[in-house]
Design a protein around this ligand. Structure first.
Ligand code: ATP
Ligand code: PRP
Ligand code: MG
Length: 287
C-alpha cells in the first residue's frame, strides 16, 4: 500500500486534502483523524505536522508527502521535489523596521528571528554572512519590537502581518515557496523499480487536476478561410480539433486554452469573425 504524508493543520492542510479529493482519493472527514485508508486506491494517508513531513519521507518510512518547498529546505532532508502543486504560494523574506536596514548586505553581525533556522542558516553559509539566529515558533513579526532581534526572516503572503508590525521587506526574496509533492531522493542507481507502486499513478492524477484547474476547453465556429488565423490564437496542447460544419465553408474548432487567457482569446476570435464561442470547464484529464 502506498503511504503518503499530508499536512494535518495549517495553511496547506485543507487545499492538500481538496486536491487529493479532486484526484479521486478518499480523505478524512474528521479534521482530528491522523490516518485515512483508501482501500479502493490502495493508499494510506498519514496526517502530520507540515514541518515533520520531509523527515518521514526522507527516511523512507513514508513513500510520498505534500509539504512546502521552504519547509523541505528548512528540514535539510535530501528529498526530491516531484511536482509543484500550485497552492500555498508565498515568499520567504527578510524584514526589518522601516529605515533601519537598506539591503541584505547589512545583515552581517545582526540578530535574526525566524521559525525557519534551516533556510536562514543555509543562506548565511552560502553568502558567508555571520549573524545570530534567534529560533522562534511563530508570531515572529513581534520579535523586533520586543527587542530579541534586529530583523526577521519569515513567510510573506499578502504582507499584511509585516505592515501591522511596522516592518518592511529588505532585498530579494530568500526563496519562493509553494506546496510540493516530495519523494525520497533516488538512490545512487536512480532505478525505476525504487519508485513505490502507485506513485506514478498519483503523480499523473495530480497533474490531471492541475491541468483541469489551469485550462478550459474553447469551442467555436469559424469560416474555413480564417482557420489558420483562428488556430494561431488557439493552438491547443497537441493541435486543435477541426471538424466540418454542415454549413458550407465553415468549420468547428476545439482547443484547450489557459483559463487566464480565455476572455482575451474569445474577444480576439470574435473580432476575427468566429461565432458560437463557448468555454467549458475541464473536470479532469490525462494529457
Ligand atoms: N499566509 C501564510 N502563512 C503561513 N504559511 C504560509 C502562508 N501561505 C503559504 N504558506 C506556506 O505554508 C507552509 C507553512 O505551513 P504551517 O502549517 O507550518 O504554518 P501555518 O500555516 O502558518 O500554520 P500554524 O502557524 O498555525 O502552524 C509553508 O510552506 C509556507 O510557505
Ligand atoms: O503576509 P501575510 O498574508 O500576512 O501572511 C504571512 C504571515 O502569516 C503566517 O503567520 P500565522 O498566522 O500562521 O502565525 P504564526 O506566525 O504563529 O505561524 C506567517 O508566519 C506570517 O506571519
Ligand atoms: Mg504560521
Amino acid at each position: 500500500m502506498l503511504r503518503i504524508a499530508i499536512p494535518n493543520k495549517g495553511t496547506l492542510s485543507a487545499p492538500a486534502s481538496q486536491m487529493l479529493r479532486d484526484a479521486g482519493y478518499r480523505q478524512r472527514t474528521d479534521p482530528k483523524d491522523l490516518l485515512c485508508r483508501d482501500e479502493a486506491n490502495n493508499v494510506e494517508f498519514f496526517y502530520l505536522r507540515p514541518k515533520d513531513i520531509a523527515t518521514y519521507v526522507g527516511s523512507g518510512d513514508l513513500d510520498l508527502g505534500i509539504t512546502g518547498r521552504d519547509l523541505l529546505v528548512d528540514s535539510g532532508v535530501p528529498a526530491s521535489e516531484l511536482l509543484d502543486l500550485n497552492f500555498g504560494r508565498a515568499t520567504f523574506r527578510w524584514a526589518a523596521p522601516a529605515g533601519t536596514l537598506q539591503s541584505a548586505d547589512e545583515i552581517n553581525g545582526r540578530r535574526i528571528a525566524t521559525a525557519y533556522p534551516g533556510v536562514v542558516g543555509r543562506y548565511l553559509t552560502d553568502n558567508e554572512i555571520k549573524a545570530d539566529v534567534v529560533r522562534l515558533d511563530g508570531a515572529v513579526e513581534n520579535a523586533v519590537r520586543l527587542g530579541v532581534a534586529d530583523l526577521i526572516a519569515d513567510v510573506v503572503e499578502t504582507g499584511a502581518t509585516l505592515r501591522q508590525a511596522g516592518l518592511v521587506t529588505i532585498g530579494d526574496p530568500i526563496m519562493q515557496s509553494s506546496a510540493i509533492l516530495i519523494s525520497r531522493e533516488a538512490g545512487p542507481s536512480g532505478r525505476e523499480e525504487e519508485t513505490p507502486a502507485g506513485a506514478a499513478q498519483l503523480l499523473r492524477r495530480l497533474q490531471g487536476v492541475l491541468v483541469a484547474r489551469n485550462f478550459v476547453m474553447l469551442a467555436y465556429d469559424v469560416r474555413a478561410d480564417l482557420l489558420e488565423q483562428a488556430t494561431g490564437l488557439t493552438p491547443g496542447i497537441e493541435s486543435p480539433t477541426v471538424s466540418p460544419l454542415h454549413r458550407e465553408g465553415w468549420v468547428a474548432v476545439q482547443a484547450m486554452v489557459q483559463r487566464g487567457d480565455a476572455h482575451r482569446i474569445m474577444d480576439e476570435l470574435y473580432d476575427l469573425g468566429a461565432r458560437a464561442i463557448l468555454v467549458t470547464a475541464i473536470a479532469n484529464c490525462r494529457l
